[in-house]
Design a protein around this ligand. Structure first.
Ligand code: PHE
Length: 360
């Protein structure tokens, strides 16, 4: 009897080891232990030479058959494990296709605010208004007092003012202007009527939600001349709004209101309607408040050395972002200042579209 183990037992052991191997590394280990130079099967094949010639042939054929069948089982198991490992790897390494793609930034686009500001300025300049400017950092005198908003006045609280540590010559803290109305004061103090100016510019209030940002923009308007009435005011604003919204039949109404620096004061509303939660401009089913205006208060004129008996006129002021939101259907004001290039590309304008307010 030879010292060789029973082939059947050997085969069973190897087969079950192959079948139970749970990873390619473990299977490779078994392969080396079985078929490798020092492997069990290799050892058996090597020991053939020690057998007597009559047993050698039969044993050799058996061992070869065994090697073939073990090799087949090994290969099947290896393929199965490789596939399973690949699947696990793919599941773990899946690509997140929801990642924001890089926008195509080869073409810039004009921010909708820029477009709106330019259109509004252009419309008003074509009506005969000159552009005036004032600083963002203002005295309380120009931002409030001269506009008939004294220190105790509740309107000061409404403005959510940013006060600066620096002071003016009188020791009063400077402020970031809360509206463009101080440009009215600067102009009235420095120019002689007739005065017809607009003042587009940055304004600041300590406020942030879907319709307020700490920094926003207004356009102020001021027309002081003998014989100017509220009819001129309404006419100018209706014309501006119809041109801006490109709706010649836009319905515009004046509603009594209050501002300390105008008397009488009014709010301008435009006609609109709502369809499935969407705002549609036009008609007069519903109304949307759009800007504040009025006849310049006699106290403001007197504060600036203008004789209210001789000269009077109107002033108006509106938020530019609000106009852009209404015109372009932009739901949240904060997005204007988030600097997202995809947003700008979506709501923005190409150069050829820009400043087309007057082509109609
Ligand atoms: N300054 C006002 C505001 O910021 C708007 C306004 C300007 C109202 C001029 C009347 C006249 O709300």
């Amino acid at each position: 009897m030879s010292a060789q183990p029973s082939l059947e037992t050997f085969q069973k052991e190897i087969l079950s080891a192959f079948e139970n191997s749970s990873s390619l590394t473990e299977l490779e280990d078994l392969r080396v232990k079985t078929f490798g130079k020092q492997g069990s099967l290799t050892g058996m094949l090597k020991s053939l030479g020690t057998l007597p010639p009559e047993e050698r042939k039969e044993r050799g054929q058996e061992l070869n058959k065994l090697r073939q069948s073990l090799t087949q089982v090994f290969e099947n198991r290896r393929d199965a494990l490789a596939e399973a490992e690949m699947k696990t790897k793919l599941a773990q390494e899946n690509v997140d296709i929801t990642l924001t793609p890089q926008p195509d930034l080869t073409h810039g686009s004009l921010h909708p605010f820029t477009e709106a500001m330019w259109e509004l300025t252009q419309i008003l300049v074509h009506m005969g208004f000159d552009v005036a400017e004032g600083p963002d950092v203002e005295t309380q005198e120009n931002n409030f007092d001269a506009l008939n908003i004294p220190a105790h006045h509740p309107a000061r609280q409404d403005h959510d003012t940013f006060y600066l540590e620096d002071t003016d010559a009188e020791g009063q803290n400077l402020v970031l202007r809360t509206h463009t109305s101080p440009v009215q004061i600067r102009t009235l103090k420095n120019a002689k009527p007739p005065i017809r100016i607009i003042a587009p510019g940055r304004t600041y209030r300590c406020d942030s939600d879907a319709t307020h940002t700490p920094n926003f923009h207004q356009v102020e308007g001021l027309w002081i001349e003998e014989g100017i009435t509220m009819a001129h005011l309404k006419g100018c604003l209706a014309e501006m709004l119809r041109k801006f919204f490109k709706k010649p039949d836009l319905v515009v109404r004046m509603r009594p209101s209050y501002f300390p620096f105008t008397e009488p004061s009014a709010e301008i509303d435009i006609g609109c309607r709502w369809e499935n939660g969407q705002l549609i401009l036009g008609g007069s089913e519903d109304w949307l408040e759009i800007l504040g205006c009025g006849m310049v208060h006699r106290c403001v004129l007197e504060n600036c050395g203008v004789d209210p008996k001789k000269h009077q006129g109107f002033a108006f002021g509106f938020g530019v972002e609000r106009m852009a939101m209404l015109k372009y259907g932009i739901p949240d004001l904060r997005a204007f200042y988030e600097g997202n290039p995809l947003w700008t590309q979506h709501y923005g304008f190409g150069a050829s579209h820009a400043f087309s307010a007057l082509d109609q």
